[in-house]
Design a protein around this ligand. Structure first.
Ligand code: G6P
Length: 438
């Protein structure tokens, strides 16, 4: 086993980086990272320098010998890396704002990982991630790629289908958040529960919950319908669930499912929120300004509490636990995005799914969960078809494939609106979609 590790984090100037640093510091004894390279693009230089300086203060204060490098040179960062983590946003928050606001003009949900916004985030991101994959092949062929960049499911699908990289894992903080929420509802420590997750990224369901080995799913459902929903993510409005529906479904859906089961309510909520405080991108922009002001303070040497206003809570826990378990061959169970390989019956074995896996030195081994319940199978299959067409369009730059992806998305009401939305979004994002401008 290698005694010192090199990690490269692409999008290192992200406001989330202190999360990651905190996670690495806390696990240093078992995860001996000697070099952490934070990489960003020229437009992100200022943020990288500010957050990088904070990262250096954090490791110094903690007394761990992790060398932090700040760079715009991706090749230097990737050279001989053991793990590559990706957390970048092509087009930054300005592009997110367009993804969130343009669909609303057509009375369609405006969200960065679902519906038209999710499609366009994928179209912008996938060519960049595939470029990174080619660099990985050349510069660090043994490295694991741990992707956080959204839409994480579609990105993982694209890497599995269109790159030569097999050591890839897509990560989301959602399942950890749900597990913690369920433990809180039950009033027990998370170590006593086991939650069986199955589905896709941002379309995952907690199928079964066990407490000390006993199936307590129905108790959890009852509590969830009676109490405040304690498992909502910060970026999704908690508009409650219809108790009868949730009890009948018998599974805990990730908050993103609200966009599908409560479309009209969520659309009205989004419009009201935009009128009051702007899109989520604009809210996040203000939070980021505040965060970076704090990060500049030379006396700050820890992750500030204010970072909790972002939706990515427990993000470092997911990333650090995964890296830790791969490196130490821990063989524990974590919920990640990986090649299905038959774990979720009915989904193509070569597609990416979000499912419980045993995490080994060879990577995640997905645990068989059987078919999805009939009530949700259709929706999950639709989204998987959407993701596959979106990934194909991102790679080929083919207009018609993108149109099919847009039209089959369940949040898009008609072929004509799909067509108009596609044209308007293609125009708005032109600068970041060279594959469509040939
Ligand atoms: C949730 C999702 C993440 C997403 C984040 C957005 O945590 O699981 O995939 O990136 O929310 O949070 P933000 O603060 O950027 O709206």
């Amino acid at each position: 086993m290698k005694k010192s590790l090199k990690i490269a984090t692409i999008g290192g100037g992200s406001s989330y980086t202190p999360e990651l640093i905190e996670g690495f510091i806390n696990r240093y004894d078992e995860l001996p990272i000697s070099e952490l390279w934070l990489v960003d693009v020229e437009e992100g230089r200022e943020k990288l320098e500010i957050v990088g300086a904070l990262a250096k203060r954090m490791v110094e204060k903690a007394g761990v010998p992790i060398q932090i490098h700040l760079t715009m040179d991706r090749e230097a960062a990737l050279k001989d890396a053991d793990f590559v983590t990706t957390q970048f946003r092509v087009g930054r928050l300005e592009a997110r704002m367009l993804d969130e606001s343009i669909p609303l003009k057509y009375d369609v949900i405006g969200q960065e990982t679902n519906g038209p916004g999710g499609l366009f985030k994928g179209l912008r991101t996938i060519p960049v991630i595939l470029d990174i994959c080619r660099d990985i092949e050349r510069l660090c062929p043994d490295a694991w790629l741990v992707n956080f960049t959204n839409p994480a499911g579609m990105v993982t699908e694209a890497v599995l289908r269109y790159s030569n990289i097999t050591k890839v894992v897509g990560l989301c903080n959602g399942p950890i958040g749900i597990e913690k929420g369920i433990a809180k509802e039950l009033g027990v420590d998370t170590s006593r529960i086991y939650v069986e997750f199955a589905g896709l990224n941002h379309m995952v369901f907690a199928k079964n919950v066990y407490l000390d080995g006993k199936n307590v799913t129905s108790t959890v459902m009852e509590k969830m319908t009676k109490n405040e929903d304690g498992i909502s993510l910060k970026n999704i409005a908690d508009v409650g669930w219809d108790p009868l529906f949730l009890n009948t479904l018998g599974m805990v859906p990730i908050g993103y499912l609200r966009y599908y089961y409560q479309t009209a309510i969520m659309l009205a909520e989004q419009k009201a929120a935009v009128a009051k405080e702007g899109t989520r991108a604009e809210v996040v922009k203000r939070v980021e300004t505040e965060l970076f002001e704090l990060y500049k303070n030379l006396d700050l040497a820890e992750k500030p509490k204010q970072l909790e206003q972002r939706g990515g809570a427990y993000y470092s826990e997911a990333a650090c636990n995964l890296i830790h378990s791969i490196y130490n061959d821990k063989r524990d169970i974590q919920t990640v995005n990986t090649r299905n390989n038959g774990a979720v019956a009915g989904i193509d074995p070569d597609s990416a799914v979000e499912v419980n896996c045993v995490i080994t030195r060879q990577g995640p081994i997905p645990l068989t969960t059987g078919p999805l319940p009939i009530a949700v199978n259709g929706l999950v299959q639709s989204i998987k078809s959407f993701e596959r067409l979106a990934a194909e369009a991102a790679v080929t730059g083919d207009y018609n494939t993108a149109l099919l992806a847009m039209t089959i998305n369940p949040l898009v009401p008609s072929d004509a609106i799909a067509h108009q939305l596609l044209d308007e979004l293609l125009e708005a994002h032109q600068a970041y979609l060279p594959q469509f401008n040939k």
